[in-house]
Design a protein around this ligand. Structure first.
Ligand SMILES: C[S@@+](CC[C@H](N)C(=O)[O-])C[C@H]1O[C@@H](n2cnc3c(N)ncnc32)[C@H](O)[C@@H]1O
Length: 254
């Protein structure tokens, strides 16, 4: 079962219960996680883009998009990224791995933070998606970068579930027609793929920037344990409702 924020009890995750999500600042919560207690981090942090300016692109169905997305001011983005990435390194187990999503605009900060924290980058994956915006004088951006990094390149989980796993993944975004949604949301298929390759049932998966909670929901469906943080209350509530819809400890195992 997923559990709401329970602070004060001592577990292998410090004050947090396994299979719980929490409404608050990831930079604060990350510091409370004991070193070496997380098996896998999958996260899609804020990108330091101006969401109001981009609203036309994202807000396809007007009133269904939940407002309030928390962005990081551009001038703070480098420090913000360095701070959470170094905490991510600390909380990962010695054989842990991390997948970080990044747009191209602040990719430099993300790559530097990952190197400087001590991670070894194994792959630079391109997620190719469809994005039907009209551009007049430049190409339409239709990819994200996913940095796949490990703590120890001699010991980490990589379940070779595909014969020739390639580093360009063409996966469609999910459009939830008519439903309430957050402005960005990872497709479940993408998260499922990462979980299959880089975790086993029972592993603890962390997403410090939950948004709509896809990483927690899919982890739960696949029998992984999860921990997640989201600073915007409406998004946290949205993620919580999604988790409540799903029975945890799913049968879809591997
Ligand atoms: C790109 S979105 C994540 C989308 C998510 N992967 C999904 O599938 O819905 C980044 C999220 O980080 C949240 N956020 C920004 N700063 C935060 C912080 N300091 N602590 C926790 N969450 C934060 C934003 O509100 C936003 O929901």
């Amino acid at each position: 079962m997923w559990k709401k924020s329970q602070v004060g009890m001592s577990t292998q995750l410090g004050p947090f219960e396994p299979d719980s999500i929490h409404n608050g600042d990831a930079l604060v919560y990350l510091r409370e996680i004991p070193a070496g207690s997380i098996d896998l981090i999958i996260t899609d942090p804020p990108f330091a883009i101006d969401f109001r300016a981009k609203k036309l692109n994202y807000n396809r169905t007007g009133g269904n998009v939940l407002e309030g997305y928390r962005e990081i001011p551009a001038e703070d983005y480098r420090d913000f990224t360095r701070e959470w990435v170094s905490e991510a390194f600390r909380v990962l187990s010695p054989s842990g791995s991390m997948y970080v999503f990044s747009g191209w605009n602040r990719l430099r900060d993300v790559l530097e933070a990952i190197d400087d924290a001590g991670f070894v980058t194994m792959n630079h994956i391109i997620w190719k998606y469809q994005f039907g915006v009209f551009t007049r004088k430049k190409f339409v951006t239709s990819h994200y970068h996913i940095i796949y990094a490990v703590k120890n390149p001699h010991s980490y989980i990589f379940n070779k579930v595909e014969h020739y796993p390639e580093d360009v993944w063409a996966i469609k975004r999910e459009y939830w027609k008519g439903k309430q949604k957050t402005p960005t949301k990872l497709p479940s298929e993408l998260v499922r793929k990462i979980l299959k390759f880089s975790s086993n049932p029972g592993d603890i998966v962390l997403d410090p920037f939950l948004g709509s909670g896809t990483v927690a929901v899919v982890s739960s469906e696949m029998g992984r344990r999860f921990l997640g943080f989201e600073v915007v209350e409406d998004y946290y509530e949205f993620a919580k409702a999604r988790l409540e819809e799903k029975p945890a400890g799913g049968a879809s195992g591997q």
